[in-house]
Design a protein around this ligand. Structure first.
Ligand SMILES: O=c1ccn([C@@H]2O[C@H](COP(=O)(O)O)[C@@H](O)[C@H]2O)c(=O)[nH]1
Length: 231
């Protein structure tokens, strides 16, 4: 039993029945759940509500990136839904992020954690140049994370490879949520900046987003239990 489970399972399923049957094997003391674009686009807020009603903390991973007014309304809608965490893209800039943070103030201690995506874990440093970014991945992530912190956000999504730098520069209260987690020997798929669960926690990750290594395992529950045992 954990008070603050670190593993956030990415429920990247294309049908609700499979997702719900997967969730029925889990216990909210072992993990939290992440709902992303695939599941949300097909099954929407009602699906998220079902997970919350079953006692799970839900990270709504829709990576809002739009004009400040639209993003502010979207994060408020996520707060109304009762999610535990919601995110925006740091690339939307400080006015957008500040508007999102401001929109959550009326919710007080019921507000979801608000975090910003820095650089997707599926990207490697060499890909930054095609977007006109000439600094290193670490410098890019740190700069966006600083902007998110200065805009009043609670943390960022980054790769665990940047976690120790971000913890030392931004302090231990600023939450680091790290996808791109791969237990030793597992398939990287499209992820590039990866670490094992234990390495990620040692580097300073607060929460580990893990999808396929658990959802595609022969025994997802065993995979989760094995990962939790290494943390
Ligand atoms: O930088 C990012 C931001 C979000 N994600 C999401 O996390 C999961 C990872 O799933 P795996 O199957 O463990 O690769 C997925 O839902 C992504 O949309 C990310 O990977 N990287």
């Amino acid at each position: 039993m954990q008070n603050d489970p670190k593993v956030l399972i990415a429920l990247d399923f294309n049908d609700a029945e499979t997702a719900l049957s997967f969730v029925s094997e889990l216990d909210a003391s072992q993990c939290r759940l992440k709902v992303g674009k695939e599941l949300f686009t097909s099954f929407g807020p009602q699906f998220v509500q079902r997970l919350i009603d079953q006692g799970f903390d839900v990270f709504l991973d829709l990576k809002f990136h739009d004009i400040p007014n639209t993003v502010a309304k979207a994060v408020a809608a996520a707060a109304d839904l009762g999610v535990w965490m919601v995110n925006v893209h740091a690339g939307g800039g400080s006015r957008m992020m500040k508007a999102a943070a401001e929109a959550l103030k009326p919710y007080g201690d019921k507000a979801p954690l608000l975090i910003a995506v820095t650089m997707l874990t599926s990207m490697e440093e060499g890909e930054l140049a095609e977007m006109g970014v000439t600094r290193s991945a670490e410098e890019h992530v740190l700069s966006l994370a600083r902007l998110a912190q200065a805009s009043g956000l609670d943390g960022v999504v980054c790769s665990a490879r940047e976690a120790s730098l971000l913890k030392s520069e931004l302090g231990k209260e600023f939450k680091l949520v790290t996808p791109g987690i791969r237990p030793a020997g597992s398939d990287k798929g499209d992820q590039k900046r990866v670490m094992t669960p234990a390495e990620a926690v040692a580097a300073g990750s607060d929460y580990l987003v893990i999808g396929r290594p658990i959802t595609q395992a022969d025994s997802p529950l065993q995979a989760l239990v094995a990962i939790n045992a290494t943390l």
